[in-house]
Each structure stands twice: as structure tokens, then as C-alpha cells.
Design a protein around this ligand. Structure first.
Ligand code: NAP
Length: 306
């Protein structure tokens, strides 16, 4: 089968489309014929070496998000059968940029029925991260106010929608050109991070979802109400600042949960959450896909068609 692998860490030049053996599902695993694979910043960081985990080894096939049809299942898989149309959030083992990929049953759920494969592949990692940031870590309650940084991106555009569906008021940071999109997704206030200082305009929010880190995170303390919560997908917040604001503040690392994929699929099929796609590329143009995500302004997701 064809797969995009890396044999060394580096720029987009290390991404190589090559022939590799088709994998076989072990116990508890699902073999998926991939029709589309989402591209995430973590793929670029894995490629360049910025993101590393002990269970990763070279050569490796990148790709954490897939949509496709089940080709076979290993022993012990009970909820999924060949022929099912599914989507999956693959943990750090990756393997999604390929014609066939293995997923654990716990990483896999029925594809939202209302979506085609391209849109379905744009959902798992980003939407799950948004869900876990808002609810598992941020404990967002209806009626609360949340500030979402990087709201027009992959994770952010889901976070805006989930927070609204949950009955929260959403303040979103992005560019002026993102305003229309963000308002259409439900943002109550949009702040252009390049023109306005959000920390001078936003105060007393219950929750900050920081998808940017650095100075953006540092300036966010001024927006948080005393006793509020700051969740970052990028870096560990300052313990001193958290104590000063009596805040709960943490760095989170998202992970796949099939039941959350099912819940997210329900919201999508109910028409409550939209999937925004910036651009699609064939698998053979994976280098351009990474370059686009790393260098250009993107709204929503980039997806590879397989
Ligand atoms: N810890 C975890 O488990 C986890 C999970 C998922 C994602 N992440 C990380 O979270 C980050 C966001 O992921 P993503 O998939 O949403 O990335 P993305 O699709 O690249 O979106 C990021 C968005 O933020 C915008 N942006 C950049 N600088 C900004 C600023 N200062 N203020 C407001 N918006 C700004 C970007 O647009 P412009 O730069 O063009 O303006 C883009 O729209 C990435 O670094 C990713 O690696 C971590």
C-alpha cells in the first residue's frame, strides 16, 4: 500500500510517499481503508522533532485523523465490523497518512452520517481536543464566559461551537478576516489579535482556552476572573500567576476517546456543529499540505484525500 513515512526528522522534504506492507489488525484493533486523513500541527511537530514520545520510532507513518471503511477487525473487537464507515483519532502511534491504517477500537467511532469522508477526517483530533479543554479540564458551565485564543483554527473553531451549544458566552481571538466565520459559528465577540490588545478589552471570564501559548497566555491572566480556569494545549501555565488569581491552570494533552467521538458525531448530525475546511490535498502533495499549515493563515482544517 502507499503511505507517507518519515525516515528522519526535519523539514517537509523528509515526507516520503512510498510502498509499505499493509498492516494486519492485532487483538482489539481495527483495520481501516482510509479515504481521507486530517492534517494537524502535531504532525508537523512530529516531522520536525518538536513533538516526541518514547513510543515513537522511525521510520514512522504520520497522521492522527482518518475517515474510511472498516476492512477487518482483530480478536476482541465487538462494536465495529467490516464494512462500517468510521472515523478515528489515532494516538501517538499515528499511521493515518496511508491507504490502510490500524486504530484501536477505543479510538474509533461511526462516522457522522451527515458528513463525507473529507469532512469526517477533519474532526477527530481537533474536536476532541476542544471538547476535553472545555469540559474535561475547563469544566465549562452553561452561562459562563469563555475566551478562546486561536479560535479560527482547527481546534478553535470546534471550541467556539461546543461552548455555544453548551450555553456559554464566547469571546474569540483571531484575525479581522476570521470575524465573519467566527460570528457565524456563534462567537459573541471577536477580537483581532493583531490590532487590539485583548487583555485591555476582556475581563472576568470564567475560562481561558489557550491554543497559542507564549505572550498570549501570559497576557490572559488579566482576562480571568478571580478563581477562574486557564487551560493551555501549548505550555504549562505559571504556578505563581495561578496562585495570585486563585485560578485552576493546567497544560493538557488530548487523547482519543471513542465515546467523545460518538457525542461529537451526534452534535454534527443534529446540525449543531459545522466542520470548516481550509483546503484539501491528495496524499502525494503532503509536503504542500504541511507547508500550508505551517506558513499560511488557515481557517479550520487541512485534509489529505487518499
Ligand atoms: N496538547 C494537545 O493535546 C494539543 C492538541 C491539539 C492541538 N494542540 C496545539 O494547539 C495549537 C492549536 O492547534 P490547531 O490545530 O487549532 O492549530 P491551527 O489550525 O494552526 O490554528 C491556530 C490558529 O491560531 C491563529 N493564531 C496564531 N497566532 C494567534 C494569536 N496570537 N492569537 C490568536 N490567534 C492566533 C492561527 O492563525 P494565524 O497565525 O494565521 O493568524 C490559526 O487560525 C497547536 O500549536 C497544536 O499543536 C495541542
Amino acid at each position: 500500500m502507499k503511505a507517507v513515512r518519515i525516515h528522519s526528522l526535519g523539514g517537509t522534504g523528509v515526507l516520503t510517499l512510498e510502498e509499505t506492507p499493509r498492516p494486519e489488525p492485532a487483538d482489539g484493533q481495527v483495520l481501516i481503508k482510509v479515504r481521507a486523513a486530517g492534517v494537524n500541527p502535531v504532525d508537523c511537530k512530529t516531522r520536525s522533532g518538536k513533538f516526541q514520545r518514547p513510543d515513537m520510532a522511525l521510520p514512522m507513518t504520520l497522521g492522527r485523523d482518518i475517515a474510511g471503511v472498516v476492512e477487518g477487525v482483530g480478536r476482541g473487537v465487538t462494536g465495529i465490523k467490516p464494512g462500517d464507515e468510521v472515523y478515528a483519532y489515532l494516538d501517538a502511534h499515528g499511521g493515518g497518512y496511508a491507504e490502510y491504517a490500524l486504530a484501536e477500537e477505543g479510538e474509533t467511532a461511526p462516522k457522522p452520517a451527515s458528513l463525507d469522508d473529507i469532512h469526517a477526517a477533519a474532526v477527530p483530533l481537533a474536536a476532541t481536543t476542544a471538547w476535553q479543554a472545555l469540559f474535561d479540564h475547563g469544566h465549562l458551565q452553561p452561562g459562563q464566559r469563555v475566551l478562546i485564543h486561536g479560535a479560527a483554527g482547527g481546534v478553535g473553531h470546534y471550541a467556539v461551537q461546543f461552548a455555544k451549544v453548551h450555553g456559554a458566552t464566547v469571546v474569540a481571538t483571531g484575525r479581522s478576516e476570521d470575524r465573519e466565520l467566527l460570528e457565524s459559528l456563534g462567537a459573541d465577540e471577536v477580537i483581532d489579535y493583531r490590532k487590539d490588545r485583548f487583555d485591555e478589552r476582556v475581563h472576568d471570564v470564567d475560562l481561558v482556552v489557550d491554543l497559542i501559548g507564549g505572550e498570549t497566555q501570559a497576557r490572559s491572566w488579566a482576562c480571568l476572573k478571580d478563581g477562574g480556569t486557564l487551560i493551555s494545549t501549548l505550555e504549562q501555565p505559571s504556578e505563581e500567576k495561578a496562585a495570585e488569581h486563585h485560578a485552576h491552570a493546567e497544560y493538557m494533552s488530548a487523547g482519543p476517546k471513542a465515546e467523545q467521538l460518538q457525542e461529537i458525531a451526534r452534535l454534527i448530525d443534529d446540525g449543531k456543529v459545522k466542520v470548516v475546511i481550509e483546503e484539501t490535498f491528495p496524499l502525494s502533495e503532503v509536503r504542500q499540505a504541511h507547508e500550508t499549515l505551517e506558513r499560511k493563515h488557515t481557517q479550520g482544517k487541512i485534509v489529505l484525500t487518499v
